[in-house]
Ligand binder design. Structure first.
Ligand code: ASP
Ligand code: MG
Length: 463
């Protein structure tokens, strides 16, 4: 939803799709708008009484220009302009209050953050009407019921399903295309919540699952999910099919497709998920589906997750002593560091794990405090930190069940002289993760990529 050009492309896609299907669309804010709104709130809380007014002016201008470009009818334009002004007056009133109080609550932040989608959905709906599509903007506060964890609210599926079916079904049956605000929902008391940054994808999954949709299509600006990062491997290809648990591993390992929880509502109902390119909708993209239907191709993709540090807690005194692992990870959790990978040798003389580098020193100190007695007694030799680590994650549902795959991965790395520091098998049984030096990461990805199955991929098209 970045630009008027994107809205034009969406109009073409919807116009085409609705000749054969009932279509509901979920829209995010225009690009950068959520950030601008939140910046207004934060600067107001920090004592700055003028920035939010400037931001409001910019947003009025930007939405007004988009409306002028996309919406033909003069009455529609006037109505949109009035709605935009009303929302941005609300923004300024809220920011003024925050400025006076010097306090910004998560609840206020959600009301402000959600304005971006509330500005955009009526604009997109009017743009679709200009193209002759019967469209109607819908505020998701009337559809998605959530708990009250502001900033990261969880949809309550039973209530949401009831609301979605009561409100959307009749519209769909009358041939309307509902244009629904992504990202936001509301508590039982009608207070606006948001589902976390980038949450419009999650909104689409929640609404698609509630409607028991035939499919949910996520339109991005790439052709689909790739076998690897094309900046590292120019031969990277678009994967035609993936299993739900494969996409979860890819999402987790930095492929930036989406957060694993995002598609969970669709996985539970076995609803296929498509990834397609807004600007190249003829490309078939990637379909994500239950494992049995997704094709067996052993290795589907390889990704690198960077800026990591490997920590090792080592010492002979750990052998057979219960509780060291538990205390180690308690100390890590105190720093709120998420652990990306763990491996422990069966000799029990070391535990090693990988965390984001920016937290490494804090975690090391926390561990040294927790294990101070063991360190003093020399039961533990020390907490060792290896900077510049990269996890190479090799993903594919066939990896664990196809004999010899791990051997081929290690041989490929051995052939190019890469030293592997640690190995872990993904718990979903469809990935292997390896820790290598940052200097070796690109070489490792290039060495493994030829092992990705040639079947069911297409070469990305230039648009
Ligand atoms: N507009 C929201 C954000 O920027 C949600 C989204 O883009 O999906 O986080
Ligand atoms: Mg956004």
């Amino acid at each position: 939803m970045g630009s008027p050009a994107a809205v034009e492309a969406v109009a073409r896609i919807v116009g085409h799709a609705r000749t054969e299907h009932q279509v509901a669309i979920i829209v995010s804010a225009m690009s950068g708008v959520t950030d601008a709104l939140l910046r207004g709130a934060h600067t107001a809380a920090a004592g700055d009484g003028s920035t939010f007014g400037i931001i409001a002016g910019e947003l009025i201008a930007r939405h007004g220009a988009a409306a002028a470009e996309l919406v033909g009818d003069a009455d529609e334009c006037r109505a949109l302009h009035a709605a935009t002004e009303r929302l941005l007056t609300e923004f300024q009133t809220l920011c003024h209050g925050i400025h006076v109080l010097g306090e910004l609550t998560p609840r206020a932040l959600d009301t402000i953050g959600a304005l971006g989608e509330r500005l955009n959905a009526p604009l997109v709906a009017a743009a679709l009407r200009t193209k002759g599509i019967k469209a109607q903007a819908i505020d998701a506060a009337t559809l998605i019921r959530t708990d009250d964890r502001f900033g990261d609210a969880t949809p309550l599926m039973a209530e949401t399903e009831a609301q979605v079916n009561a409100e959307l079904r009749p519209l769909l049956e009358q041939g309307y295309v509902p244009v629904i605000t992504g990202f936001l929902g509301a508590t039982a008391n009608g207070i606006t919540t948001t589902l976390g940054r980038g949450g419009s994808d999650y909104s689409a999954a929640v609404i698609g699952a509630s409607l028991n949709a035939d499919t949910v299509i996520f339109y991005k600006e790439v052709d689909g999910v790739l076998t690897t990062d094309p900046r590292v491997v120019p031969e990277a290809r678009v994967l035609r099919r993936l299993a739900y648990d494969e996409i979860s591993e890819l999402a987790y390992f930095g492929a930036k497709v989406l957060h694993p929880k995002t598609i969970q509502p669709l996985v539970e109902k076995n609803i296929p998920v498509h990834f397609k390119n807004t600007f190249n909708p003829e490309h078939p993209g990637t379909v994500v589906m239950p494992r049995g239907e997704a094709g067996a191709g052993a290795i589907k993709a390889v990704t690198a997750i960077r800026n990591l540090t490997m920590l090792t807690v080592a010492g002979r005194g750990m052998l057979g002593v219960p509780g060291i692992a538990a205390r180690t990870f308690t100390a890590v959790a105190r720093i709120h560091a998420s652990v990306l990978m763990i491996s422990q040798a069966s000799s029990e003389q070391s535990i090693c794990f990988v965390i984001p580098s920016k937290l490494a020193n804090d975690v090391k100190q926390s561990l040294e405090r927790e294990l101070a007695n063991e360190l003093a007694r020399r039961d533990i030799d020390g907490v060792f930190l290896q900077d510049q680590a990269v996890i190479i994650s090799v993903v594919g549902a066939g990896i664990r069940t196809t004999p010899g795959i791990a051997g081929r991965i290690f041989a490929a790395l051995g052939d190019v002289g890469i030293n592997i520091h640690a190995i872990a098998l993904g718990s979903s049984e469809c990935s292997i993760s390896l820790v290598v030096d940052a200097n070796d990461a690109d070489t490792a990805v290039r060495a493994i990529h030829p092992l990705t199955a040639r079947v069911e991929t297409t070469t990305p098209q230039l648009v």
